[in-house]
Design a protein around this ligand. Sequence first.
Ligand code: GLY
Length: 391
Amino acid sequence: MSNLRDSAPHAASNFPVDRRTRDFLIIGGGIIGLSIALELLLRGTTVTIVSRNFPQAAAHAAAGMLAPQAEQLPPGAMQEFSYFSRSLYADWTAKIEQISGLPTGYWECGILAPVYQVPPEAARGKDWLDAQEIQQKQSGLNPAVAGGWWYPSDGQVDNRLLVQALRSAVLTLGGEILEGEEVKCLKFQGEKLGGMHTSNYFLESDRYILATGAWSQELLPVPIYPKKGQMLAVQVASELSSSLSPNTPELPLQQVLYGEETYIVPRQDGRIIIGATSENVGFRGDNTPQGVLQLLQAAIKLYPDIQNFALVEQWWGFRPATADELPILGASPYSNLALAVGHYRNGILLAPATGYLMANFLLHSPREGQHQQQTPAYFSAFDWRRFAETT
Ligand code: GLY
């Protein structure tokens, strides 16, 4: 990346100027923007979110895995951040459910990571299950599975329920969401962001937060690019699912399967999410025969009963990727603009910690009464300047 200052867009407009007072204006109404809004509202500030297209947000396309261990996130800042966020999940979703009155589908179901060849590190792994143990843990796996890892602290949330509940909680707490309002360009004045031209307004605030996911480059030359993921859903046969209730023993899958080239995420209503491809095709939106074939082959190989379930949905989404697969959080080159972008494969997992630590960063202190830490040292690993040219 060159310098974030160089290509900041400018434009003139005669749209009405919206000068309502607000402490924070968040650009982006996906899970990251909403999580930051929730935390800022809980700390007594006023927030407006500008949201171009809520259904398009990556949060709708995700599978909802909370999987820092299964995804083998690298030791250091990313691992600490993701473990912290996972540790917040139970309380965070309970709070969202209480404020909104809506479910989130949070489920501490654990994640099983089966493999077809025993890796050398299996002998040392306390989380390792051999071939017999893993079949006992989850019946119906391919008999060729040689063993696998069991991560009881990983889990899942129903990401579609979660974002609906989160959005409702933000509104309940008095947050303003301008839905269908597109930010056309940011208007910079020297070292500061002076406002933004949107579809219908010129909006102003004291402080701004960019949380625009894979689409961030449309507004600022921040080094984020889309990584497409195709997904499918099947539904277990109705004779199995008709009697299902939460945590029912009748569910054929009792935990997430994180396999080789596929993951399989069972919901408590009998729906099963299968993901995901990982493609560098820009914003090309479609399900391709190759993508669908790849997903079904890998999923049926791992859990053969999948072939008998009803195929109920297919879709795709765009992960906001960075070169080092770490998010960009905190400062920007503009004194009143903060960044919260680039969560790549882990936006759902990292949402609570992003909200919490971004609010610490913006307000210079943790929430009162909160036992959690101040801004930890690892937060600086997510600073945008790691991508700046050193000339
Ligand atoms: N976190 C899973 C994925 O991005 O496919």
